[in-house]
Design a protein around this ligand. Structure first.
Ligand SMILES: Cc1cc2nc3c(=O)[nH]c(=O)nc-3n(C[C@H](O)[C@H](O)[C@H](O)COP(=O)(O)OP(=O)(O)OC[C@H]3O[C@@H](n4cnc5c(N)ncnc54)[C@H](O)[C@@H]3O)c2cc1C
Length: 506
């Protein structure tokens, strides 16, 4: 069977097609289960196809941020007894090159608790799926999506259940099938490139020492651009891992080895794990990063959660955006049932919502990643982290912003918050001669003109640093592309403001 997205119009004359459901959701992780919950609550007939049998593990840091907790509270999950029994963390220490850099409690952000939970996914995902079932969704576990075909009046969905093949007819299909999403691959006829992914390793340890309410993030040359972490799941156990942007270095391709090395050699990690014992295996997984070029809606199709690349690029958190995108997509699904408009243009309210809420922050992060990916300049980028730590100690508002961004409580989706990051990155960038970057962060209106300069600056700086013209060119090109993406957003904003001011319709 070919995995192609086909617009088959042979069914035009069928007068009243029989549907098995309104929506098929593929995947019962946080995004899929939350979408099923919201849509079933809105009265839609929902079938969830999930290849695994629950409870199932998912390789993850298990960090359920204050933002995720806010979403789970709205769904009535955070008050469940089983949820309340899970482990809380209310303090964090950030390490740089083995030494503590900053430490403190979670910042004060409106409508969010000042703690997070660390919940193994066997537990968390089962609780969300239980809420979806309770709301009225039908969940078919052990059922794997094999293909789908978009036709004029419906979507034909083919799934495998053990040896059997099942076919469903639905009005809409929602892809919530995670980092290697088949729905996304069929929709876009593509897969993610190595550079738009991070490779991540995770392990559980027992016999962990130190404060069990304290989470740790460790930065250092070995794991940058990326970081390693220790998130306690009980009094003496912790989830420990490392993630690096794909293609950044040979280490990025073997995160399991890297994690083993870091535990021995990073003084910060070692201080908590010296007496600890590995439980089970070190597991490796990929994490999708956002790709601005990737469509997340098509005729009768929407992608949510990690299938849509909706992972917070500032901390690798995917649960919060999974839950949020589920809610936004379900609002669009409910509206489309009323308007009977399932075309890509009708579902675009969802992609527009994602763009409005997250677009700017994604573009700033893509620019930063373009810069940080040049590991020959690691000394400058690690200096950036050091500067952020130093500034946080003397400037409480700056500390609130940066710790809010790192803990997923604040997303830098406005110039003001983005500046907290880019301001110090600018200082670090200046130290390696990236003058154009500095001009741009000081005056975003210069962005459109500066993309070209950025290319030159990038190439020059990278060539000096890398002594490798090919790598330098590639890196410079990438930085320029990212700048152009931001330039487009800023130009649109400027145009919108201009129209508002002048009342112009053009
Ligand atoms: C090592 C690591 C650490 C991370 N740490 C954190 C963290 O601490 N906090 C955080 O918020 N995020 C973290 N993330 C990201 C987070 O795990 C994901 O972004 C999040 O799980 C995405 O949720 P989802 O519902 O979109 O997809 P998933 O949770 O991946 O769920 C997808 C579901 O789809 C099912 N599926 C897949 N294909 C099919 C198919 N063909 N048919 C039927 N079912 C299918 C899968 O079995 C799965 O149940 C981490 C990721 C990694 C890799």
């Amino acid at each position: 069977m070919s995995l192609t997205h086909v617009d088959d119009t042979t069914t035009t004359n069928v007068e009243s097609p029989k549907y098995d459901c309104d929506v098929i959701v593929v995947g019962a992780g946080p995004a899929g289960a939350a979408a099923a919950y919201y849509m079933a609550k809105d009265g839609l007939k929902v079938i969830v196809l999930e290849q695994a049998i629950f409870p199932r593990d998912k390789v993850c840091g298990d960090f359920v941020s204050p933002g995720s907790l806010g979403e789970l509270t709205k769904m009535g999950i955070a008050t469940l007894e089983a949820f309340q029994e899970t482990h809380t963390v209310d303090y964090a220490t950030i390490y740089l090159s083995g030494k503590p850099l900053v430490a403190g409690t979670f910042p004060l952000v409106e409508d969010m608790p000042r703690y997070s939970r660390v919940i193994p996914r066997r537990v968390l995902d089962s609780l969300i799926l239980q809420a979806a079932r309770k709301a009225g969704a039908t969940v078919l576990e052990g059922t794997r999506l094999v293909n789908f075909v978009v036709q004029k009046d419906w979507v034909t969905v083919v799934a495998a259940q053990k040896e059997e093949t099942k076919t469903f007819r639905t009005r809409l299909i929602v892809g919530a099938d995670g980092n290697n999403s088949l729905v996304a691959r069929i929709l876009t006829k593509a897969s993610w490139s190595k550079t738009e992914r991070a490779l991540v390793a995770r392990a559980y340890f027992e016999g962990v020492t130190g404060n069990s309410s304290e989470a740790n993030v460790f930065y250092g040359n070995g794991s940058f651009p990326g970081y390693s972490w220790l998130f306690p799941i009980s009094k003496n156990e912790a989830n420990v891992g490392v993630g690096l942007v794909g293609g950044a270095s040979p280490e990025a391709e073997n995160p399991k080895n890297l994690l083993t090395k870091l535990i021995q050699n990073d003084a910060g990690m070692y201080s908590r794990l010296k007496d600890a014992k590995l439980k089970g295996e070190i597991e490796v997984a990929a994490l999708n990063l956002h790709d601005a070029q990737m469509p997340i809606v098509g005729d009768r199709v929407m992608l949510i959660g990690e299938a849509a690349g909706l992972v917070n690029p500032y901390n690798g958190e995917g649960i919060q955006f999974g839950l949020k995108s589920a809610k936004w997509a379900s609002e669009t699904a409910t509206a489309s049932m009323k308007s009977k408009n399932f075309a890509e243009s009708g579902l675009a309210t969802y992609s527009k919502r994602v763009e409005d809420e997250l677009g700017y922050g994604f573009k700033i992060s893509a620019l930063m990643l373009g810069l940080l990916r040049n590991r020959n300049l690691n000394h400058a980028w690690l200096r950036w982290i050091e500067l952020m730590g130093e500034k946080s100690k003397s400037d409480p508002e700056y500390a609130r912003l940066t710790s809010g961004i790192l803990s997923g409580m604040i997303f830098p989706n406005q110039e003001e918050t983005a500046r907290a990051l880019t301001g110090t990155l600018e200082e670090a960038a200046l130290s390696v001669g990236l003058t154009t970057f500095s001009q741009v962060v000081n005056d975003p209106s210069k962005l459109p003109q500066s993309a070209e300069n950025m290319l030159q600056t990038g190439v020059v700086a990278a060539r000096y640093a890398a002594q490798d013209p090919f790598a330098a060119l590639k890196w410079g090109m990438e930085a320029a592309t990212r700048m152009t993406e931001i330039a487009t957003v800023v130009s649109k904003q400027v145009l919108k403001e201009y129209k508002n001011k002048t009342g112009s319709q053009q």
